[in-house]
Ligand binder design. Structure first.
Ligand code: GDP
Length: 426
């Protein structure tokens, strides 16, 4: 039985999960997001255009696929509504029949983004390089029981009373700690009307929906955001996100605690990249970084740090995500390199290791780099494993041998069809 599959990031995020989910949703009835919010984007290129999805599951482009925003997410009404409108304007169907929000999802409140920005400004050069989407303040408040559930929109009196109590508490922090203006009752009222009420038709008990769907033999895909190295418990703490991104959290954050995940597809990029602060052992610096960034085309709204594939971190990510199979993306972009560098081990205190060290030791690690011959050709048009140049196949096999999990898909372009499938696939 392959009823439940998770698709997750193995590294720091930006591995190309969006394009893989967009491809694989063909074989699923339901796609569920189980954590995170507006802090990362899944890029999808298809017949409707190019999109960066932050909150909506990546199944929204497929007819007959239901998309569920689970209880583990940081549900940001303002961003979600904007994302929905953007897609509707481009003729993508968004209705309560194909998009459902868990009544148990907690709402990211207007002050969360503000708190994020204020704290980063206070930290100055010690900042976390946050995406400033309010994610850390949101999850801290969730665990303090100081936010509201989406389902409270059906109980407006309870919601208003609840929110105003929270507002009074938060104003003490905004004015007393950060010295900024308090949030008024009118602002909250306007926020509820403008951004929350339009979402009401989409909110429901999604746990029951998912359990019934499973009984009806529907296939469910759990879509993870970011990567294993950003997981709150198993990532490079404190340079993590504030939620659990691992596949093992998917059942809890989706509303189906205890459900078994049959397959976990880990997504790995053919080189390493990292957005935000924190240790990144195989990182290139200066001109070397600029050159490599240009070759692999690794750009975004924030600086993308780049380096050779870090096989130590990648194997750790595969193990932590409990990946049963892997998709390797962006192999095409290495086609210009004469030699392909790989970080195969770390050097720590004079000794070499292939095991992931404790986070605080990572800054003292140096990468042990090996190189493999490049294929120096354009492989973006190749669709068959056997047509790949020998050097490219060897590179893929080298990664596969190290991680100990089969690489079933090789992506050679951002478009849906730019894929090489190996062996028996979904
Ligand atoms: P996600 O957050 O894991 O979904 O990753 P991103 O949205 O940051 O995707 C990484 C970028 O790589 C996007 O611009 C994708 O369109 C692009 N991309 C994904 N797979 C491939 C690939 O195989 N080749 C190329 N050239 N680009 C890709």
């Amino acid at each position: 039985m392959d009823a439940c599959t998770a698709i997750v990031g193995i590294n720091w995020g930006d591995e190309g999960k969006g394009r893989m989910v967009d491809l694989l949703t063909e074989a699923f009835d339901i796609v569920v997001r189980y954590q995170g919010g507006g802090n990362a984007g899944h890029t999808i290129v298809n017949k409707y255009g190019e999109f960066s999805l932050h909150l909506l599951p990546s199944g929204v482009f497929r007819k007959n696929v239901v998309n569920v925003l689970g209880n583990g997410m940081a549900l940001d009404p303002e961003n979600l509504l904007a994302e929905m409108h953007n897609l509707m304007e481009k003729d993508v169907e968004i209705t309560p029949d194909n998009v459902m929000i868990s009544e148990r999802a907690s709402l990211l409140l207007p002050w969360h983004r503000q708190m994020d920005a204020l704290e980063e400004a206070r930290l100055q050069d010690k900042k976390y390089d946050s995406s400033k989407q309010g994610i850390a303040p949101f999850y801290s408040d969730k665990y303090q029981k100081k936010t509201v559930l989406a389902g409270e929109l059906f109980y407006p009196d309870v919601l208003r009373q609840h929110l105003n109590g929270l507002r009074e508490w938060k104003n003490l922090i905004l004015t007393g700690v950060y010295g900024v203006d308090p949030v008024s009752e009118e602002e909250i009222e306007a926020w509820i009307e403008q951004y929350c009420m339009p979402l009401k038709p989409y909110i429901r008990n999604t746990s029951t929906y998912l359990r019934d769907a499973l009984s009806d033999h529907k296939k469910i895909l759990f879509e993870g955001q970011m990567g294993a190295l950003r997981d709150l418990d198993y990532g490079i703490y404190p340079f993590t996100t504030s939620s659990n991104v691992l596949s093992s959290y998917a059942p809890i954050g989706s509303g189906m605690p205890g459900v078994e995940i049959d397959r976990v597809i880990g997504v790995i990029k053919a080189y390493s990249s990292c957005v935000g602060a924190g240790p990144f052992v195989s990182e290139y610096f200066g001109d070397e970084a600029d050159r490599f960034r240009q070759i692999v085309g690794e750009y975004g709204t924030r600086i993308h740090r780049v380096g050779p594939i870090d096989l130590v971190a990648t194997r750790y990510g595969v193990q932590t995500q409990a990946a049963t199979e892997v998709a390797l993306t962006k192999l095409d972009v290495l086609g210009k390199l004469e030699e392909i560098p790989l970080c195969v081990r770390y050097r720590l205190n004079g000794e070499e290791t292939d095991k992931m060290p404790f986070p605080a030791a990572l800054d003292q690690c140096e990468p042990v780099i090996e190189t493999m011959p490049g294929w120096q050709s354009d492989i973006s048009g190749i669709r068959n494993w056997w047509d790949l140049p020998e050097e490219a196949k060897n590179y893929v096999k080298r990664i596969e041998d190290t991680i100990g999990v089969v690489i079933k898909w090789i992506s050679v372009g951002p478009e849906r069809h730019s894929i090489i499938r190996r062996g028996q696939i979904i």
